[in-house]
Design a protein around this ligand. Structure first.
Ligand SMILES: *[C@@H]1O[C@H](CO)[C@@H](O)[C@H](O)[C@H]1NC(C)=O
Ligand SMILES: *[C@@H]1O[C@H](CO)[C@@H](O)[C@H](O)[C@H]1NC(C)=O
Ligand SMILES: *[C@@H]1O[C@H](CO)[C@@H](O)[C@H](O)[C@H]1NC(C)=O
Ligand SMILES: *[C@@H]1O[C@H](CO)[C@@H](O)[C@H](O)[C@H]1NC(C)=O
Length: 301
């Protein structure tokens, strides 16, 4: 019953141009990074094997804890939460890879969620931190309300580094400095998604991302517009999945959100989108292992 299929990883490659004359109107940190053109060159992962034996074994795993962390409003402006943003990986050769990331509610206040494959190279090593950046609230502007934020640390499941087909979720720590010279953390500005591990089959879900292709409706699929998909998400033993939907390249890391509140722009994230699977025509997001997830958080706290 083992079935081979390929994962269409939802990263977008963007060509960038160097800005020299307009540097004054954009932040210095981001002066070199203006996405100009998006190419449909998402990576193709051939021969991913979904092992049904392992799936059966993990089915009966009982978690000792089932933590639920509440979402939290922005402290700066409770009516304006923007925890989701564009996550860019500068390849250093004039191209940028693009994913989606989101700020999650933590005691630390500067922690974000994305896909592990957005942080790792093909050889299993992680990208240089200086090449990673996040722009929360980005939606087809030059940059989001807080500009572009650097990454100071990241935590990827060890097993993902060994086998890129497993545990494709990760956390990053933002190198955030309060633009108002105070001690505010990123989530004090953006608000932050709650998170939980207890979401079951057929759960009404909102997924937000910056696709450059795919099936999201009412969406300008240029990798610059924040788009949303809403519907029921199913669950098998290793993955949450959305049947007959390709969320699109650039949606890697997109948060799957339970009880999304459209006034607050918040809810509970319970998975991060990984890939579109050609053969089965479904978008998949791995189920988090609670102990591993908490271990990632501990590493960054
Ligand atoms: C930069 O490198 C990536 C990965 O090796 C490649 O796919 C891309 O085409 C390169 N971009 C340019 C502009 O050469
Ligand atoms: C998350 O936000 C709530 C408020 O909604 C707060 O009470 C709680 O301590 C926060 N959780 C963490 C882990 O910081
Ligand atoms: C898309 O936009 C149209 C026009 O605004 C609206 O009628 C329709 O309900 C929207 N569809 C979805 C799925 O949001
Ligand atoms: C999840 O729900 C779908 C649709 O109702 C159903 O076909 C499927 O068997 C369910 N999966 C599990 C693991 O219960």
């Amino acid at each position: 019953m083992n079935k081979k299929f390929s994962l269409y990883l939802l990263i977008v490659l963007i060509a960038i141009m160097v800005i020299t004359s307009h540097a004054s109107v954009i932040s210095q940190r981001n002066a070199f990074r203006t996405p100009e053109k998006i190419k449909e060159t998402a990576r193709f992962k051939a021969k991913h094997e979904r092992n049904l034996e392992n799936e059966k074994r993990s089915k009966h795993k009982i978690y000792s804890r089932n933590i639920v962390v509440e979402p939290i409003l922005s402290q700066m402006n409770p009516n304006l939460n923007f925890p989701i943003g564009r996550f860019l990986i500068n390849l250093g050769n004039g191209s940028v890879l693009q994913c989606t990331a989101s700020v999650i509610n933590t005691t630390n206040g500067n922690i974000g969620l994305t896909s592990a494959h957005c942080l790792t190279k093909d050889d299993g090593t992680t990208f240089d931190l200086k090449d990673l950046s996040f722009s929360p609230g980005y939606d087809n502007q030059q940059e989001g309300p807080l500009g572009t934020i650097n990454i100071e640390n990241l935590a990827v499941p060890y097993t993902h580094l060994v086998d890129p087909d497993v545990k494709d979720y990760a956390l990053v720590k933002f190198a955030f400095t309060d633009p108002n010279k105070g001690n505010a953390r990123l989530q004090d500005y953006t608000g932050a998604l709650g998170w939980r591990f207890d979401i079951g089959n057929n759960t009404l879900t909102n997924v937000f991302g910056y696709p450059a292709s795919g099936d999201m409706v009412n969406c300008t699929k240029d990798g610059k517009h924040l788009c949303v998909w809403q519907g029921n998400v199913q669950k098998d033993n290793n993955y949450y999945f959305i049947d007959d939907v390709n969320l699109g390249s650039g949606a890697s890391g997109s948060p799957l959100i339970f009880q999304y509140n459209r006034n607050e722009h918040l809810g509970y994230v319970y998975a991060a989108h990984e890939a579109y699977v050609d053969e089965t025509d479904e978008s998949i997001a791995p189920i988090w292992d609670e102990q591993i997830f908490l271990g990632l958080l501990l590493k960054l706290s």
